[in-house]
Design a protein around this ligand. Structure first.
Ligand code: BGC
Length: 769
């Protein structure tokens, strides 16, 4: 029953915007002030000595000579890059890694150029460097901000030991489209969770002090809207309204900025007709003016030149002009700044003040990193040797992997497995795969370095394990920069798989996506189990119904058949180097899973975009049986297969006693009881959502506004209190202003976005005229 008790909370404060409030609260210590004062002085001093060409050089970033994360360069490029390095026409390099190689290019910049300005060395440290954490989407499933922060700091530890001082992470693009391969890199569909995770990752990478030898500059990307590429096709057009832009897309970027992120990366997509790279509204009006960002903006790979293909620039020269005016400070691999900017300035088309502003920003970050004091501070061979892959790093990525697993289904408590006297059949090529669990974006990790599921299970010797591949997921060689061929025909291994399933007490099927089936340029129109794996699953089920399905994938999958028939389903994503160990511990109950989905799982691809915080519409539910005119599909339910926030545990949790109390003029307390009804100790991510029932701009049916990870012993009960403040009830209107309106709200709490308890409240903010 809903409670209709009303709460009247009177505010004596006038309306204020969220960001203004945050700015007021930012305390700058005297030490910080004098540091930034002296850095600014040093920047000015250096800038005054630089020629126009040297300034433009700082704005030029080249890819290295080995790894490629974008279209291949033309022949003869290496010679030109070395020549430019020697002239001081390169401010940064990406994809140069390892102390030996970083030192080589840094030495040229520092010792052979006129001013000796060190390079900032960028790399995609997306989920670890050489020792890999789970893919970011999986980490997001932990909802564990401390663990995520730790994971980023561990990644920074390894990367910085290998010469890197700047990561192109975190990717904070919200996406509601599982077809888009890059959802594996982000934190999922929700702006609130996404913002918290953005903050945790930035703080993890950058640490307390950017000039420490083991911290690196972070980069919030891709600004903005990339996750809304039409039809989930990578690099595609983005057209979104103000409300979505401000309420859904911007918040994690703003959270990254509030957390002090030192760089941003713009984006391949156009946003409402203007490519993000040439978008002055995004880069100047919002980021640099409204949010006061004083770090620098790097373009995405070649995205300045891509404005020609977008149909926004006539040629390279115009593209460079548009980009620099719009606020793109550094050109990644378009070669256009280095070729065109100086001339554009001389012709009077670009004001040199814009160049100075960009260079100031870049130099500032280099000073903050301490690169001028010691350009080789990230080039310590000894540290590289002892840090990469050390046991503490393995322990940290294992811990993160355990926290990332989501138990989707566990009928009849098939899980956890008994440790003795079971005949277990393990089926699926991914069970024996030591590369796919590394996922995508793992350029510095070696193939075959993940612990496979079979290796993880082998550590439990009390049971008898047999293995059959069943079917390959992909055929032939694969790499980050190569198209993947999925096995759609070869079922020759089905017979063996079925025969081992026949005599097994339980069958573990490890199915899903190849490690390079998600990531950049890996969009899919069919997000079921790829290739012949669905048929394999159904045929094995025909022999033995006691199946535990372990999914390895980089995006939500549409698995309606499995959800209906298979008794236990474990979402194990791509868990990184320690994958198999984490999966085995979960299957055997040595770790009680607590992950919750950061993205809704659709029933089929036709439901996409599907997300929990949708709008109600004017015809939300079936008025009467037989009436057709309401917002629905005639062939499928509106609900997802597994909702955002869903995830089970070996414990059983019960929510009760929801209360809402006013604690001050601008704060309320939401309290409830959470009880562990089982004899298994466990953790629950208790979630709090609100719904604004009517507003000047309509609000979603639910919005996550708080959560807490609660640990409970067997049969233990705890009271959980989550505070909400006035700004939690506000939103951005259609002209981008943050407003807070009085009125009725519903507060929901529970273990997923399909929550269990709710209470209606009436919040009357008093305006101060
Ligand atoms: C991606 C970026 C990445 C860059 C450098 C681009 O293709 O979109 O996210 O940081 O390459 O590797």
């Amino acid at each position: 029953m809903k409670s209709f008790k009303h709460y009247y909370i009177i505010f004596i404060l006038c309306f204020f915007s969220c960001s203004e409030q945050k700015q007021e609260l930012t305390l700058i210590s005297e030490e910080d002030k004098s540091n930034s004062y002296s850095i600014n002085n040093k920047v000015e001093e250096l800038l005054s000595k630089m020629t126009l060409e040297e300034k433009v050089g700082q704005m030029n970033q080249y890819n290295g000579f080995w790894d490629l994360t974008g279209p291949a360069p033309a022949e003869g490029d290496a010679a030109r890059k070395y020549e430019h390095l020697r002239k001081g026409y390169v401010g940064s390099m990406l994809n140069v890694r390892g102390v030996e190689d970083v030192r080589k290019v840094q030495k040229i910049a520092v010792e052979e150029t006129r001013l000796g300005i060190p390079l900032i060395i960028g790399f995609d440290v997306i989920h670890g460097y050489e020792t890999l954490s789970p893919i970011p989407l999986a980490e997001a499933a932990s909802w564990d901000l401390e663990a995520i922060k730790k994971s980023a700091s561990v990644a920074a530890e390894e990367a910085s030991a290998a010469g890197i001082n700047w990561t192109f992470a975190p990717m904070v693009d919200i996406s509601r489209d599982a077809r888009w391969g890059r959802v594996m890199e982000g934190a999922g569909e929700d702006p609130y969770l996404g913002s918290k995770i953005a903050e945790a990752r930035v703080k993890g990478f950058q640490g307390e002090n950017l000039s420490d030898y083991n911290t690196i500059a972070a980069c919030a990307k891709h600004f903005a809207g990339y996750g809304f590429s039409e039809a989930g096709r990578d690099y595609n057009t983005v057209d979104v309204g103000t409300s979505t832009l401000y309420n859904t897309i911007f918040p994690p970027f703003q959270a990254a900025q509030d957390a002090g992120v030192r760089t941003f990366m713009n984006s391949f997509n156009e946003l409402n007709g203007v490519p993000a790279t040439g978008n002055e509204f995004l880069q100047r009006d919002i980021l640099k003016d409204k949010w006061n960002f004083d770090g620098f903006m790097v373009s995405d790979w070649g995205s300045i030149a891509e404005m020609i293909a977008h149909g926004h620039a006539k040629d390279g020269k115009q593209a460079a002009e548009i980009a620099v005016k719009a606020g793109s400070d550094m050109d990644m691999e378009s070669y256009l700044y280095v070729e065109e900017l100086a001339e554009l300035v001389r012709e009077g088309k670009v004001d040199e003040k814009l160049i100075d502003d960009a260079v100031r920003r870049i130099l500032r970050v280099k000073f903050e990193l301490g690169l001028f004091e010691d350009p080789y501070k990230y080039c310590n061979e000894e540290r590289e040797k002892t840090t990469l892959g050390n046991p503490e790093i393995h322990q940290a990525v294992l811990d993160m992997a355990l926290k990332s697993v989501v138990l989707l289904k566990n009928d009849k408590n098939l899980l956890p497995l008994r440790k003795n006297n079971l005949n277990i059949a393990v089926i699926g090529a991914l069970a024996d795969d030591k590369t796919s669990p590394l996922g995508s974006w793992r350029i510095a990790a070696k193939d075959e370095t993940a612990i496979s599921v079979l290796e993880g299970l082998a550590q439990y010797s009390g049971n008898n394990i047999t293995y059959a591949k069943g079917a390959d997921v992909s055929i032939g060689e694969t790499s980050f920069a190569k198209e993947l061929t999925i096995n759609t025909t070869d079922k020759s291994g089905f017979g063996e798989a079925k025969s081992i399933a026949k005599n097994a007490d339980v069958v573990i099927m490890v199915l899903g996506e190849h490690g390079f089936q998600s990531g950049e340029a890996r969009s899919r129109t069919d997000i079921g189990l790829p290739g012949v794996q669905q048929e394999l699953l159904e045929e094995v089920y025909g022999i033995n119904k006691n199946i535990i399905l372990v999914l390895n994938n980089g995006r939500p999958l549409a698995i309606p058949w499995a959800a209906e028939h298979i008794p236990a389903i474990v979402e194990a994503w791509q868990l990184g180097t320690q994958s198999g160990n984490a999966i085995a511990k979960v299957l055997y109950g040595d770790y009680n899973p607590s992950g919750k989905l950061p993205m809704s799982f659709p029933r089929n691809v036709g439901q996409i975009p599907i997300y929990y915080n949708y709008k109600n519409t004017g015809r939300p539910s079936n008025p009467e049986p037989g009436v057709v005119f309401w917002s629905h599909y005639i062939d499928q339910s509106n609900t997802p297969l597994y909702p955002f926030g869903h995830g089970l545990s070996y414990s059983e949790f019960e929510y009760s006693d929801l209360n809402v109390d006013e604690v001050s003029d601008n704060e309320i307390n939401v309290s409830f009881k959470l009880r562990n009804k089982s004899n298994v100790k466990g953790k629950e991510v208790a979630q709090l959502y609100i719904r604004d029932l009517y507003a000047s701009v309509t609000r979603p049916v639910k919005e996550l506004k708080g959560f807490e990870i609660v640990e409970l012993d067997s049969f233990e009960e705890k009271e959980v209190v989550i505070k909400l403040s006035k700004s939690d009830f506000g939103f951005y209107n259609n002209v981008g202003e943050f407003i807070i309106e009085p009125g009725e709200f519903i507060i929901f709490v529970g273990g997923s976005s399909a929550t269990t308890l709710e209470k209606k409240i009436d919040l009357q903010w008093k305006e101060n005229h």
